[in-house]
Design a protein around this ligand. Structure first.
Ligand code: ZN
Ligand code: ZN
Length: 139
């Protein structure tokens, strides 16, 4: 494992520390991520084990049903409004953080683009990345 991934919201009330390596890093251009982020896509690191995550502060939550039919719970700071992390009802071990919530956002290295079919011409993502119309085929 590399150095833990630490980060939090803009005002510092919510903090996380993940003693693990991400299993996947994705740019997602779905409409949900556009609305939530206020721009063309969301950027995420997903970690495989909830047990490796230490959280401090009290986030506010809301649920949304994704295109897949699965419930995603998005957590944001009630003070500054920053989106910080996301969990999934169907996959409770996964823990996903927003790339720019990292203390060192330079550590985010996107591996693929999801929901490219929803992407806007003005939203440029790395053309070298594999791009899926929706989700990649599940193994
Ligand atoms: Zn905050
Ligand atoms: Zn999305």
């Amino acid at each position: 494992m590399s150095k833990a991934y630490a980060g939090g919201c803009a005002c510092g009330a919510i903090r996380y520390d993940v003693a693990d390596d991400p299993m996947v890093a994705t740019d997602c251009q779905c409409q949900d991520c556009q609305r939530m982020s206020g721009t063309g896509h969301g950027s995420y690191l997903t970690f495989p084990r909830r047990s490796a995550v230490t959280l401090t502060g009290k986030a506010a939550h809301w649920d949304i049903v994704g295109d897949s039919g699965n419930v995603k719970t998005r957590a944001f700071c009630p003070t500054c409004g920053s989106p910080v992390y996301m969990t999934f009802a169907a996959m409770p071990d996964l823990f996903t953080v927003h790339a720019a919530s990292l203390d060192d956002p330079g550590r985010y290295q996107p591996q693929m683009v999801l929901y490219g079919v929803r992407g806007h011409a003005w939203d440029h993502v790395d053309p070298a990345l594999p791009k899926f119309d929706r989700m990649p085929p599940m193994p």
